[in-house]
Design a protein around this ligand. Structure first.
Ligand SMILES: Nc1ncnc2c1ncn2[C@@H]1O[C@H](COP(=O)(O)OP(=O)(O)OP(=O)(O)O)[C@@H](O)[C@H]1O
Ligand SMILES: [Mg+2]
Length: 283
C-alpha cells in the first residue's frame, strides 16, 4: 500500500474558481518528494487538501488516499486520528501552529498525550526527549518559555519536535525555513533531513526555492497556476528542465546559490551515500 496516492486532485474556491487542477502523484513509504512553485501556485492549498484542512467553502475533488484513508470523504473523527499519527505538518511560520499563551513544554506534551496516551513522569520524559532530539541547546529553558520568548529558529525546532513526536509515517513541511536567515535555515534543514531519514519517514517538502527543495528531496513536482508543469528526479529537473517555467526556477536558483553543483549539494543538508526512495518519475 502506498503512503500517499493523489489522483486528479482539484481544489475550488467558494465561487467555483479552480485553484488546484487535476494534480496526481504517489509516494511510497520513506519517499521524499518536493513540491515547487512560485507564490500563489497552489502549494499550500494542496497541502491543506491532503490533510483535510481546507477552509470552509473551499471544495476538493478527485482522490487522496493517505495511509489507506480516503481523506476527501473521511469524517472529522477519522481525520483527527490521522493527523499527528499518519501525517504531521510543519508550517512556514511556527507561530501559527503554536499557542501564544502556552509554555513550549506543554505544547509539545499535547500530541504525546493525545496520540500516545502518555501521562505523568513518562510524559515529562517524552517531552524532554522530543526537545533534546531537535538539538535545542537549553531544553529546560525552552520548555518553560512562551513562544515569544524564544527565537524563530528555536520555535521552528519545537514545531518539528511536535510534528515528529508521534512518529507520523509522512511529514509535510510547507516552506519550514522560509522565515529564517541563511545559517539557521541550513541548520534546520539538516536537522529535518536527519530526523526524517533516521525514522524512515516520508517527506513532502514544499518550497519556492529549488535549491532548498533539492537539498532534501529526491524527486520534485513543479506547480504553476495550480497545475503540474513538470516532474522527475531532482537531477533530471535541475540538469534539463523541460518547461520554460522550470528553466526560470533553475536560473533563479543558480543566481542565488552559485553553480549547479552547489545547488544539488549544499553543505549541511546533503551527505554522500544517500539512500532512500526509488528515483522513478512521479505519477
Ligand atoms: N481561502 C481561500 N479562498 C480563495 N482563494 C484562496 C484561498 N486560499 C488561497 N487562495 C488562493 O489560491 C491560490 C493558491 O494559494 P496557495 O496558498 O496555495 O499558494 P502557495 O503556492 O502556497 O503560495 P506561497 O508560496 O505564497 O505560500 C492563490 O491565488 C491564493 O490567493
Ligand atoms: Mg504557501
Amino acid at each position: 500500500m502506498s503512503l500517499l496516492a493523489v489522483d486528479g486532485l482539484t481544489v475550488r474556491a467558494a465561487g467555483g474558481r479552480e485553484l488546484v487542477s487535476g494534480l496526481s502523484f504517489h509516494m511510497g513509504r520513506g519517499d521524499r518528494l518536493g513540491l515547487i512553485g512560485e507564490s500563489g501556485s497552489g502549494k499550500s492549498l494542496t497541502v491543506l487538501a491532503l490533510i483535510g484542512l481546507l477552509s470552509p467553502g473551499m471544495t476538493a475533488s478527485g482522490s487522496v488516499l493517505l495511509d489507506g484513508l480516503p481523506v476527501l470523504e473521511a469524517s472529522q473523527r477519522r481525520l483527527d486520528r490521522l493527523r499527528g499519527r499518519a501525517v504531521a505538518v510543519v508550517f512556514q511560520e511556527p507561530l501559527t501552529a503554536l499557542d501564544p499563551l502556552m509554555r513550549m513544554g506543554a505544547q509539545v506534551a499535547g500530541p504525546l498525550r493525545r496520540h500516545r496516551g502518555l501521562r505523568g513522569r513518562a510524559l515529562r520524559r517524552a517531552v524532554h526527549d522530543a526537545l533534546a532530539e531537535v538539538r535545542l541547546a537549553d531544553v529546560a529553558r525552552v520548555a518553560r518559555a512562551y513562544p515569544h520568548e524564544i527565537s524563530g529558529g528555536q520555535r521552528q525546532r519545537v514545531a518539528i519536535a511536535m510534528a515528529l513526536a508521534c512518529e507520523p509515517a509522512l511529514l509535510i513541511a510547507d516552506e519550514p525555513t522560509a522565515q529564517l536567515d541563511t545559517t539557521v535555515q541550513a541548520e534546520v534543514l539538516a536537522l529535518l533531513d536527519d530526523l526524517v531519514r533516521a525514522r524512515g519517514m516520508g517527506l513532502l517538502f514544499v518550497g519556492h526555492d529549488l535549491a532548498v527543495v533539492a537539498a532534501v528531496t529526491r524527486r520534485v513536482l513543479v506547480l504553476k497556476d495550480g497545475r503540474e508543469v513538470e516532474s522527475g528526479t531532482v537531477e533530471e529537473v535541475l540538469r534539463a528542465p523541460a518547461h520554460p517555467y522550470t528553466r526560470d526556477l533553475v536560473a533563479a536558483a543558480r543566481r542565488l546559490h552559485g553553480t549547479l553543483a552547489g545547488i544539488s549539494r549544499p553543505a549541511p543538508a546533503v551527505r554522500d551515500g544517500r539512500e532512500g526512495d526509488a528515483t522513478g518519475r512521479t505519477g
